[in-house]
Design a protein. Structure first.
Length: 205
């Protein structure tokens, strides 16, 4: 793809690094921004810059937040004895959209995947164990994707917490094997949370 401007090429190359964005789509997006008023483009660049420089991760659950503690963890109406373990913020958003869960979350920041070089030490498992050690947690819900990597991560965490007096459950398999939570419809995901099963039962299936 030939470019008449090095500045245009640089912008397209950077845009094309985003997930799901090829060179042609990146070019369309960059040209669209050029057609918009300069002020709108500056609003976008300022928003992205502020996001990158000011965003925080909740010191409790590791969710993305504007403050040291996220709004979910600070909400006194949430059931603090119930923790839903998820891969990333997209899963938090998907579950929150169902309106079927009133507990807290723990964002792992990924799942165990040796092929991708991701091990337990790359996730926030140790801080999850510390939350359980506090004695305030009564139930842990595994809500990772129904993939081999997700199941491996569930089992690893289960082994780490086996000595604690805590109930461990997993979302019902209304979510098809291999599916990502963020793509599940709200009704199916909501029912999977509500109809969760003991984790030990999932090991036998």
């Amino acid at each position: 793809m030939e470019f008449s401007s090095k500045l245009l090429q640089q912008a397209v190359d950077e845009m094309a690094q985003l997930p799901g964005i090829g060179k042609r789509t990146a070019l369309r997006l960059v040209l669209h921004l050029l057609r918009r008023p300069k002020e709108q483009t500056e609003l976008l660049t300022n928003a992205l810059s502020e996001l990158r420089n000011s965003i925080k991760h909740c010191s409790i659950c590791h969710n993305i937040s504007d403050h040291d503690t996220c709004e979910i963890c600070m909400n006194r109406n949430r059931d603090k004895s119930l923790i839903c373990v998820v891969e990333d913020i997209r899963d938090v958003m998907a579950i929150e959209d169902t309106g079927s869960f009133n507990g807290l979350y723990h964002v792992l920041g990924g799942i165990i995947s040796p092929m991708d070089g991701v091990g337990p030490g790359d996730l926030t498992v140790s801080s999850l164990v510390k939350r359980v050690e506090s004695g305030d947690i009564k139930e842990l819900i595994f809500a990772l994707s129904s993939t081999m990597e997700g199941d491996t991560t569930n089992f690893y965490i289960y082994k780490q917490l086996k000595s604690f007096d805590i109930k461990t459950t997993t979302i019902a398999r209304g979510i098809s094997v291999g599916d990502e939570l963020e793509y599940a419809d709200e009704i199916t995901l909501g029912r999977s949370i509500t109809n969760r099963i003991p984790f030990e039962s999932s090991l036998k299936s």
